[in-house]
Design a protein around this ligand. Sequence first.
Ligand code: AMP
Ligand code: GLY
Length: 419
Amino acid sequence: MSVLVIGGGGREHAICVALAKSPKTGKLYCIPGNAGISQVAECVPSIGVMEFEKIAQFVAAHKDITMTVVAPDDPLAAGLVDYLEERGFRAFGPKANAAIIEGSKAFSKHLMTKYGIPTAEYREFTDYGEAAEYVKNAEYPLVVKADGLALGKGVIICQNVQEGEEAVREMMVDKKFKDAGNKIIVEEFLVGKEVSVLCFTDGQTIVPMVSSQDHKRAHDNDEGLNTGGMGTFSPSKVYTPQLADEVYRDIILPTMNAMNSEGRPFKGVLYFGLMITKKGAKVLEYNARFGDPETQVVLPRLKTDLYEIFDAIIDTRLSDIDIQWTDDACVCVILASGGYPESYKKGVPITIGKLPKDIVLYHAGTAFKDGQLVTSGGRVIGVTAKGKDIEEARKKAYDAIKNIHFDGMFYRHDIGIKL
Ligand code: AMP
Ligand code: GLY
């Protein structure tokens, strides 16, 4: 029973490593994959994640593939799972009509309002004049969001009227995020700690994974630009068992039920980006997939066979599976290319010295060039360690980083310090 994983970042590397541990997984394939993934899977760099026809041809040509796992947001939103299922192939992930929970922020805000799921107060605009007028008289800070997918960059936190007007203009007039900014959301700024809770769901049952926290800003002390995520740790200390129960009752279960009521059953991984405010947890965003780099600290703590979980979700029998986690901690520190999240060099040689056995390197942007490991993206490698607690895991990860080098390499020094 071979498995094809779609994607080529650190998250997909962590998924491949977890699948490779299953005695049920035969061969692993990854489209397009990366240098790290090629150590556990056969990678196909010539096919892109949006080339649905080529992907389906690949699955058809490899009769041993019994499951295709679609990990990234773009192919999910564009309906790769639907496309494969229509051709008789089994695929893991939500269909397009459910992936819209991430693909359209206006959709997710309507859903939460309709079903009483706690989230920030907001207004929606399709008209530039109305939006500009609104931000002139609003209270600050204020958050301006493009409706559609914008590579994680479509959220701007504005401190004053000038920044508010600029954000609205960039999205609606300058079309910085193309059509993703045709509609915008302007919402209340929430204060608190951010926690990520990823859940397995088959539309009937929804099972939260262990919690984690991401660090989105590029530099120490949450300075610098927003990025895809510079490091993560699991578990989150603020996400107490009592809070987890409340969130399950008031947010997680109601969201699964809401999607069913809307005729959009969600199967796959549903990610809840939460802000833990003084007035309780509120949803900042939904993602229709595993988070990156949250997956890199969550899956290493999974004791249950990931292949079996995916298989059960596809067949809508998740309630049969008892999902178990280790009670240790995990930390992942991202090594990034100088300049990220703006422009950066690619093809820079990477040297990796001897590392302790229990360090896992999840490759995000790496490739082989003439046999040499080189950088190929902004986020390059996630250095990941487990320990009895966050402090121990952190120390191991930072000690290991001393043995890894590439020109321009930078990373945050405070992953997992502010818990
Ligand atoms: P999103 O893509 O919606 O998760 O937004 C990206 C990041 O912007 C989040 O992880 C938060 O750090 C921040 N953010 C988004 N919405 C809000 C909000 N209403 N209040 C405060 N911070 C926010
Ligand atoms: N780490 C945030 C995300 O995957 O969207």
